[in-house]
Design a protein around this ligand. Structure first.
Ligand SMILES: [Zn+2]
Length: 293
């Protein structure tokens, strides 16, 4: 099962997650092309990283509205590390070789971040998506909407047969009043690091990747690490849909009695498919006998 770890140092907090199984499961459910996996897999990984500090009944949702080949993407993650997602065009493929494939799939537009923390109104943040890259788009969101300097690395890699080999990434957020010295050292370090999926392929586990991020490359003679850090939590994460017959039923009745009866008269039953997991629910007239009186 996939897992994530998160922790803190004097000047930053970090989250590292392996989302390989989650991305495989999402690919299976939605029938994604490799290009769609590259974009949607990064999006789901970003959701896991952003949702790492959720507590209790908190829920985080992300929604993209862009001109990319994948169309709209949605995800919801809860405090148990359970995530589910949807993308409009899982069968998207490039029509011609383009310079940057990922940005063609993701496109430009807007990102909506919705945090439901059990208060009266959820927090909704909207920011532009200008990079077509998810990682940079989310760093931009954090910087402009929450004033948090953030470094994010996301990746999905494939084996020679085209199957998903590794997926995951990390996010480092600079704490308020962080020392300039630390930010500079961290930036230098990240710039020379290999990608997350390459590190995983090289046999590094999540703990070693954190160690690598904090390893001091500038001055090995004095300090081996940039600053001491502590891992605070390890959590299992998974792709999980919480749909149920009752929830689907509640959704269906919003279209109204007349519409429901017309569909059932015409087709014999009313079929609804869950956008997030593909599960089918079939309803007949008797299922609505207590709803419309
Ligand atoms: Zn479902």
């Amino acid at each position: 099962m996939d897992r994530m770890i998160r922790g803190i140092s004097e000047n930053a907090r970090f989250i590292v997650a392996d989302t390989t199984e989650i991305v495989r499961e999402a690919t299976k459910i939605h029938g994604c092309t490799p290009g769609a996996v590259a974009g949607f897999g990064r999006f789901l990984t970003a959701g896991i990283l952003m949702g790492a500090t959720l507590k209790g009944k908190d829920i985080l949702s992300l929604r993209t509205d862009t001109d990319g080949l994948l169309g709209q993407m949605l995800l919801t993650v809860n405090s148990n590390g359970e995530i589910k997602g949807y993308l409009q065009n899982p069968d998207a493929e490039l029509l011609a070789e383009s310079e940057n494939k990922l940005s063609t799939f993701i496109g430009k537009g807007s990102l909506r971040v919705i945090k439901d923390m059990g208060l009266k109104d959820p927090y909704i943040g909207v920011s532009e998506m200008n990079y077509g890259d998810i990682a940079q788009d989310i760093a931009y969101y954090y910087y402009t909407s929450e004033q948090i300097p953030t470094v994010i690395s996301l990746g999905v890699s494939f084996d020679n047969e085209g199957n998903i080999a590794y997926a995951g990434g990390y996010m480092i957020q600079i704490l308020p009043n962080a020392e300039e010295d630390f930010i500079g050292k961290l930036e230098n370090k990240i710039a020379i690091m290999r990608s997350f999926t390459e590190l995983r392929r090289g046999g590094m586990d999540l703990e070693r990747i954190v160690g690598l991020i904090y390893e001091n490359v500038e001055d090995e003679t004095t300090e081996k690490i940039i600053e001491p850090y502590k891992i605070l939590e390890e959590k299992k994460i998974s792709y999980k849909c919480n749909c149920s017959r009752d929830k689907m039923h509640d959704g269906v009745i919003t279209i109204g009695q007349k519409e429901i009866e017309e569909i059932i008269d015409e087709k014999g039953s009313l079929n609804v498919e869950c956008h997030f997991c593909g599960k089918n629910y079939t309803f007949e007239k008797i299922d609505f006998q207590d709803d419309f009186k």
